[in-house]
Write a protein that binds this ligand. Structure first.
Ligand SMILES: [Zn+2]
Length: 260
């Protein structure tokens, strides 16, 4: 897998004596979580994993070298059962996903580290990440943080429809891939579907509403895309990456300082 993580921030490139020498109380370990799942006809299965690494790598570049922050290898396999029926989707159950995070949290705590952040870029994992963060705090005493996607940046220039319902393989993900790995984007194969319409508010919505329906991609998006990739540009992708990286770096800095 491609990586944008600076070598000096890559936990797996250390040997155990170097790990042993890290300051246990202040070191922040980042556990990235993503997915290997269908992303329509035009984006690779690893899209969420590549975006995670691309944004995180640029965020880590912005931190002062003396700040003790390291990225662990990502948990690439996520809970992706919303994309079952599309070849290439490799999903793990919620129990398996939670067990992997719990076991890694246990290893981190046994090594004497105090701080871990779960950095997630796959929507299907989000609810599980929030549950696991509290469990790692309660069960192992770890100071646990969560961080999602862009770190709160609102990608500028995206339409209201795309912002609300561009869930998957739409403009933002496509633009980020055009900036990160354009050779993996098939620009001749764009398709578009939407799960709902912002101009026609309904009582039952797919997400972020008081009353929702549980959706599967196959129910509403034959091509596997939920959103519209056509307006995506590499220029916007690069700009959005830089803005997200600044927010992510600020959040990581706050986590290093938290409780210190
Ligand atoms: Zn995605």
């Amino acid at each position: 897998m491609k990586t944008w993580i600076p070598d000096s921030r890559n936990f797996a490139y250390l040997n155990w004596k170097q790990v042993d020498a890290l300051p246990r109380e202040t070191t922040l370990l980042i556990l990235p979580t993503a997915a290997i799942e269908q992303h329509g006809h035009h984006l690779p299965l690893a899209t969420d994993t590549l975006i995670n690494n691309f944004l995180l790598g640029h965020a880590l570049e912005k931190l002062p070298p003396e700040m003790p922050v390291y990225a662990l290898p990502p948990v690439c396999y996520g809970k992706s059962n919303e994309h079952i029926g599309f070849p290439g989707t490799l999903s793990v159950s919620s129990n398996t996903f939670m067990a992997v995070l719990r076991d890694l949290g246990s290893s981190i705590a046994k090594a004497g580290f105090r701080k871990v952040v779960l950095y997630n870029t796959h929507g299907g994992n989000t609810a599980l990440i929030d549950v696991m963060a509290r469990d790692l705090r309660a069960d192992f005493g770890l100071r646990t943080f969560t961080l999602h996607g862009s770190g709160g940046v609102k990608y500028e220039g995206v339409s209201a429809q795309e912002r609300a319902y561009g869930f998957h393989a739409g403009e933002v993900e496509t633009a980020l891939l055009l900036a990160a790995a354009p050779e993996l984007v098939d620009r001749a194969a764009y398709t578009s579907n939407y799960i709902a319409d912002v101009a026609k508010p309904q009582l039952l919505l797919p997400e972020n509403a008081p009353a929702t329906f549980a959706w599967l991609t196959a129910d509403i998006a034959p091509s596997g895309v939920m959103g519209d990739p056509r307006p995506a540009t590499a220029e916007n992708g690069a700009r959005w990456c830089d803005e997200a990286a600044a927010h992510l770096a600020a959040a990581l800095t706050a986590m290093v300082r938290f409780g210190a």
